[in-house]
Each structure stands twice: as structure tokens, then as C-alpha cells.
Design a protein around this ligand. Structure first.
Ligand code: NCD
Length: 325
């Protein structure tokens, strides 16, 4: 790499034309949109490995992170993505904000919107909360996870990690395993991957399978050996106790060892998938519950940290593509 390439900031490639102002659901994007976002993600993945990680495409713009649920990866990733594109970034400390004084979600969003931000990144425990907000504000709204519904930038970053590992998405067999029913990650991955020509199947106990809605159409396997057979990718999900009825959650956690024995991914069980199969997990991981720690750390099999790396690149791609006019 030349010094010049290493130190100069750039305006980045041309902005792909997107029909939507917000980034709320994978359903709003065509296969061409997704391919363009993945290409842009590859561009930013390369930039992020340079010494100077900077593209001046959002200089002077303001991004506000509004997270009503805990987050390590997603919030840090949006913050870094915004900064690397030159935007000013504010993380609203929700726990100490007026929402605890009884202000409604829409009033909080309208208050922030009156400060003229360009992007509002929203995570909330209620499905479609970001969609609701989008109807009341003038800035672009990005969905960073709404209840058990969707997490579209996670779908995009997972697709980017897969496309870089296999060179394609079309024709890949992706086994998504564990707590599908409460997972917004499964919601966005299913929508995106099937749109892009991959075969998605769900593997896990019956009570954690989607009961209704678009995900109920996917093939479901209650036998892990059968479910992993022929898989290129095995994506493990956390048991999302916070979204379960209290009794169901405590039942699952009381039998952690049994869950790991039946459904936890180990090197032995991974042998049921294709020989070069990759392991994915959106994080946060519960080692020894849904995944064996040594397998998650195995750089030959695990894409877990690649997913985190691609999270920044994918979010830079989305912010750049939405632009601000
Ligand atoms: C996920 C989420 O919050 O939906 N985490 C993430 O964003 N990487 C998955 C989870 O909480 O288990």
C-alpha cells in the first residue's frame, strides 16, 4: 500500500441509489440494493484495515444512537461507522434521559429530531418501534433491533461475512439454530438470505421455532444431525430469556447443561455439516450453553469476529447509501 493511499481520506465510491429514506426492514430492499450495499461494505472493510480509516462522505452530518435495550456490538459499531464517515455522533444515555420521567417514545424521538440530526439509530424492545418513530420525524431512521422482529443491519453484516467467506450467497445452505422464535437476527437473516438465493433452515426444539409469520415457511428440523447435514453455515443464536415468559425462561436456564448437550454446537456436532462449514453467532455468546467456547474461538471454523469486523463496514455502507441528499 502506498503512503498516499494510507493517509488520504476520500469521498468514497458513488452512492448507490436507494428507493427508501429509512433502513427499517430487509423487505424494503431489492436484491440489487442488497448487492450494492454488500459491494460498498467490501469497500469499507478495506478502508477499515488502513491506518487512516476515514472517508468524508458524511462530514457535518449528525447521527444519534437511541438505544432502549442493552448493546455492546451494535451501538459501538454504529458509533464507529458514523465517525469514520466524518459524522458527529451522539449516544443518548437513555437510562438517565427523560424517558424515565414518563416521556413517550414518540415525544423523545420528536425532541431529538427538533435538534436536526440526520440519522436516528433506534433499538427498542417493541416490534416496529423504529417504524413508528419514522412516521413522526424528518431525519432518517435506522432499525438497530426491534423486539423479536428484525435487525436489518445484522442481516447485512452476516451476509457480508458469508459472501467474503464463500464468494457467493446464492446456493448456500444456512442452518440457523436455537432460539429462532425470539430472534430478530433470524428475522432479518431469513428475509435477506432467501431473497439472495440461499437456502435457510431452522434447527432447534419445537417450542423455540417460529409459530407464525413469514419465518414459519422455512424448513424446520427438530433433529440436529439432520438439520446440520449439508450446511455451509451453522449460525447459532442465544437463548433470549428476556423475551420469554418468566417460567419458560427459567425452565430453559435451569437445564443449561441439558440444552448444551441437546442443542449446543460442538466440534463433534459440526462434523454433521459440510467439511468446510463455517460457524457464526451474532453475539453476545453464552459459552457452554448454545456454543462450545473453543469452537467459537477456532479461527479456521468461526466467523464470529469477522461478523463484528463486518458490522462496522456494513453500517458504513448503509449510512453512506442513505446519505442525506
Ligand atoms: C443480537 C440482538 O441484540 O438482537 N445481538 C446483536 O445485535 N449482535 C442478538 C442477541 O441479543 O442475542
Amino acid at each position: 500500500m502506498s503512503d498516499e493511499e494510507n493517509i488520504t481520506t476520500s469521498k468514497g465510491p458513488d452512492r448507490p441509489l436507494m428507493a427508501t429514506k429509512h433502513f427499517l426492514s430487509i423487505d424494503d430492499f431489492s436484491t440489487a440494493d442488497i448487492s450494492a450495499l454488500l459491494d460498498l461494505g467490501d469497500h469499507y472493510a478495506a478502508l477499515n484495515r488502513r491506518t487512516v480509516k476515514r472517508a468524508d462522505v458524511l462530514t457535518g452530518r449528525t447521527l444519534v444512537n437511541l438505544f432502549f435495550e442493552n448493546s455492546t456490538r451494535t451501538q459501538a459499531s454504529f458509533e464507529i461507522a458514523g465517525m469514520r464517515l466524518g459524522a458527529d455522533v451522539l449516544n443518548l444515555p437513555v437510562a438517565t434521559s427523560s424517558t424515565v420521567k414518563g416521556e413517550t417514545l414518540i415525544d423523545t424521538a420528536k425532541t431529538l429530531d427538533a435538534m436536526q440530526p440526520d440519522f436516528l439509530v433506534v433499538r427498542h424492545s417493541a416490534a416496529r418501534a423504529p417504524h413508528e418513530i419514522a412516521a413522526h420525524v424528518s431525519c432518517a431512521v435506522l432499525n438497530a433491533g426491534d423486539g423479536a422482529n428484525e435487525h436489518p443491519t445484522q442481516g447485512l453484516l452476516d451476509a457480508l461475512a458469508m459472501r467474503r467467506a464463500f464468494g457467493r450467497l446464492e446456493g448456500l445452505t444456512v442452518a440457523i439454530c436455537g432460539d429462532i422464535r425470539h430472534s430478530r437476527v433470524a428475522g432479518s437473516n431469513y428475509r435477506l438470505l432467501t431473497k439472495m438465493g440461499a437456502d435457510v433452515r431452522f434447527v432447534g426444539p419445537e417450542h423455540l421455532m417460529p409459530a407464525s409469520g413469514p419465518l414459519a415457511d422455512a424448513p424446520q428440523f427438530a433433529d440436529m444431525r439432520e438439520g446440520l447435514s449439508g450446511a455451509d453455515v451453522v449460525m447459532m443464536l442465544r437463548i433470549q430469556i428476556e423475551r420469554m415468559e418468566e417460567t419458560a425462561g427459567s425452565m430453559v436456564m435451569a437445564t443449561k447443561e441439558k440444552y448444551f448437550a441437546d442443542w449446543g454446537l460442538t466440534a463433534d456436532k459440526l462434523a454433521w455439516a459440510k467439511p468446510e462449514a463455517k460457524v457464526m453467532h451474532p453475539g453476545p455468546m453464552n459459552r457452554g450453553v448454545e456454543i462450545d467456547g473453543a469452537l467459537a474461538d477456532d479461527p479456521d471454523r468461526s466467523l464470529v469476529l469477522t461478523q463484528v469486523e463486518m458490522g462496522v463496514a456494513a453500517r458504513m455502507a448503509v449510512l453512506h447509501a442513505l446519505g442525506t441528499g
